[in-house]
Write a protein that binds this ligand. Structure first.
Ligand code: SF4
Length: 702
């Protein structure tokens, strides 16, 4: 028996694990107590990895769909037929007729991300989509304008701050996401113990908020008003850090103007957000007091990233941190991470700060700018269904199930059924796979080498993980990078070749190559700074990518968002009096890790349930402007009145199939995306973010 060091790649937490391996089979898999960051912690999802690894429904060979059944075929036949079809479609309809969507697990596989993007580049198609427009592309879109690079993301210095204002996040379930934060409960308790005040602002009193800190209810999709009110209060009362602002930024007068316009009327903001004026003022004052001690941070995650003004909100959070002097000196840090991703993004044409470096034209439908080279996933259905030059005729879907995770499932299902070719690359026959012409089985993260490429800069403990291949596939599965090489070679394109780590290293500076070598040689992980602590003064002003090295506090093109905000009347509450929020449960991860239990539930506030005369487990009809679903309710005092919460990742189209194939991944519950909106006119402007929190709905008793 051999004991191997590895790490979990289900979320940003990157928790260390040990695998005991015998005859190419993992006998035991458990959290690594000696891992320098996670220290033996793992969440329930990480512990379920082995169930996923050896799930009897895991795909082992390529499948081809014939009418209503799937036949097993060889890789040779699959690659021959898919590449021939792709070439035919390309020559008939042009290079942009082929699209690719990659799901969230791709973010944790350096090889899958590098090789899939390269495949599309070699193919010459710009139609790349990702799960990012469901929850994070707004952050990149904002950072590119504010700091000059989409990949400059600041992170709260959890170990030192004296005040954390956290919006739209539930770390027990998501580990803050965009932060490497294993052991969430323990670390938050440690923060409280050393005197850090934690305030959760959320329409739902989450599992975390019930255990730690204070909780404040906010109406969904109104956070932008709260932030404007707070920023204006700071500026009007001269609570800002003037020296800091003067030294590193320009545009403070513009900021004063917009802050006054949108945040000057606190009683109105209190009415919109549902937070009393006195509480708003107290939160600001406490924040400022803490800023003068160990620092403070306002941090927002998914609940703030999926609304009508998501990019503007990402901006407002950073402005709040910036004007209070809480960036790069205290409060929030910037970390270089494992490699110089900022320069790489610039070289790759997806990260420049100058106007000339932004894409010259937007998406065919809706004219959305690409973010990190990807277009809004919510426009896929329109891109497939709208005839004309550039219409998508073939899609490759990798490590994702857009029929469960993208908005307006029924419309996307219609679009996918309209394709000349749909290929799914996945571990399981998921809902998208059920519609695919071909399904190609891929390897799990324990069957590939990896390093924390995308997440090491989000780690408050400057640490990067590495894992070698732990076991080889027990079927005929292949890693994604090899699949793209095979397809590219058969189609007569250039390919990246392999092995991926060598290919990847060739793109790096000498310094970064040295670091990767050290990381791989460690066999598990390394600290990225000699002092094993994050460093300050790494961002301002030298790392700012604007030519004058200054942050423009109000980037010029935000004027369109301000105009939209001026016109915004909020949700239509007469016809749709309730506000739906969605989100992740503790034991699930979006659409790709099976949830336990028979179904998800619609949580409803106790008073609302009383008024409607609904009881626990009773089904209710939830009607949105798009569609309706029927789902059982659970009554709770932990939701703001007028708000309902439905966890996502559940349900799927195969529930409606009479005879789903035996291999179809088991899915239960109700897919909330049956009622979410994909109309491009309703998407957020800068990153095409979907409205997934604050959806107007009405409830009907069945
Ligand atoms: S926190 Fe994330 S990385 Fe850690 S065990 Fe859970 S899913 Fe895996």
């Amino acid at each position: 028996m051999e004991k191997k060091v590895t790490y979990c790649r289900i979320c940003e937490g990157s928790c260390g694990f040990l695998a005991e391996v015998e005859n190419n089979r993992i006998i035991k898999y458990y959290p690594d107590k000696e891992h320098l960051v996670s220290q033996g912690y793992s969440c329930i999802k990480g512990r379920k990895t082995i169930e996923m690894q050896y799930d009897p429904k895991r795909l082992k060979v390529p499948l081809k769909r014939n009418e209503n059944s799937f036949e097993s075929i060889s890789w040779e036949r699959a690659i021959n037929e898919i590449s021939a079809k792709l070439l035919e479609i390309k020559s008939k309809y042009g290079q942009n007729s082929i699209g690719l969507y990659f799901g969230n697990p791709t973010a944790f596989s350096y090889s899958a991300s590098v090789y899939s993007v390269a495949f599309m580049k070699f193919l010459g198609s710009r139609n790349l989509y990702s799960a990012g427009s469901q929850d994070c592309n707004n952050k990149f879109a904002h950072s590119r304008r504010f700091y000059g690079s989409p990949l400059i993301i600041i992170v709260p210095d959890f170990d030192k701050i004296d005040y954390l204002m956290a919006l739209g996040t539930n770390p027990i379930a998501s580990h803050f996401s965009f932060v490497v934060f294993p052991r969430p409960l323990q670390r938050l308790k440690e923060m409280e113990k050393r005197g850090c005040k934690i305030v959760w602002i959320n329409p739902r009193r989450t599992e975390t908020a019930k255990q730690i800190g204070e909780h404040v209810f906010i109406r969904p999709n109104t956070d932008i008003y709260l932030l404007f009110g707070m920023i204006n209060y700071i500026l009007e009362n001269k609570l800002e850090d003037r020296d800091f602002i003067e030294k590193y930024s320009k545009g403070i007068e513009n900021l004063r103007k917009v802050a006054k316009e949108f945040g000057g009327d606190l009683p109105r903001i209190a009415k919109i957000t549902g937070i009393p004026k006195e509480i708003i003022i107290k939160m600001v004052k406490d924040f400022i007091t803490a800023s003068k001690r160990g620092g403070a941070s306002v941090y927002g995650r998914a609940g703030t990233d999926r609304g009508s003004f998501a990019t503007l909100l990402a901006w407002a959070k950073d402005v709040f941190n910036f004007i209070t002097g809480n960036i790069d000196q205290k409060g929030n840090f910037y970390s270089y991470g494992l490699i110089d991703a900022v320069s790489l993004a610039k070289i790759g044409g997806i990260g420049g700060a100058k106007k000339s470096e932004f894409p010259k034209s937007g998406s065919r439908i809706g004219n959305f700018p690409s973010v990190l080279g990807t277009y809004p996933a919510a426009t896929m259905a329109d891109e497939i269904l709208t005839p004309g030059d550039g219409q998508i005729k073939a899609m490759i879907v990798m490590a994702g199930d857009p029929l469960v995770s993208c908005p307006n499932t029924k419309r996307l299902e219609k679009a996918f059924n309209n394709l000349d070719l749909l290929v799914s690359i996945d571990l399981f026959l998921n809902d998208t796979g059920l519609l695919a012409h071909y399904v190609l089985p891929s390897t799990t993260f324990l069957e590939r080498d990896d390093l924390t490429l995308t997440t090491s800069s989000f780690n408050p403990i400057p640490f990067a993980n590495y894992s070698e291949v732990i076991v080889h596939p027990d079927g005929d599965q292949k890693p994604e990078w090899e699949i793209f090489n095979l397809l590219g070679a058969k189609m007569g394109f250039a390919t990246l070749g392999g092995p991926p780590l060598e290919v990847f290293k060739a793109t790096l500076s000498r310094e970064d190559k040295k670091k990767i070598k050290e990381l791989v040689n460690s066999g598990k992980g390394i600290f990225l700074t000699a002092e094993k602590q994050i460093r300050y003064n790494t961002l301002l002003p030298a790392r700012i990518q604007h030519p004058d090295k200054l942050i423009d506090l109000v980037p010029a093109d935000y004027s369109t968002e301000f105009e939209k905000l001026r016109q915004w009347k909020g949700p239509e509450t007469k016809q749709f009096p309730f506000s739906l929020i969605s989100g992740r449960e503790i034991n699930t991860i979006n659409s790709w890790l099976h949830a336990e239990g028979e179904t998800n539930y619609c949580r409803i506030n106790s008073e609302d349930a009383k008024l409607l005369g609904i009881e626990d487990y009773q089904p209710i009809r939830v009607v949105s402007p798009i569609n309706s679903i029927e789902i059982p309710v659970l009554i709770t005092p932990d939701l703001m009145q007028g708000v309902i919460w439905i966890p996502h990742g559940w349900g799927g189209i195969h529930r409606t199939l009479q005879n789903p194939p035996e291999l179809a991944a088991e899915k239960r519950g109700i897919n909330v995306n049956l009622i979410t909106d994909d109309h491009w006119e309703h998407l957020e402007t800068f990153a095409g973010m979907v409205l997934l929190d604050g959806i107007p709905v009405k409830l009907e008793k069945i």
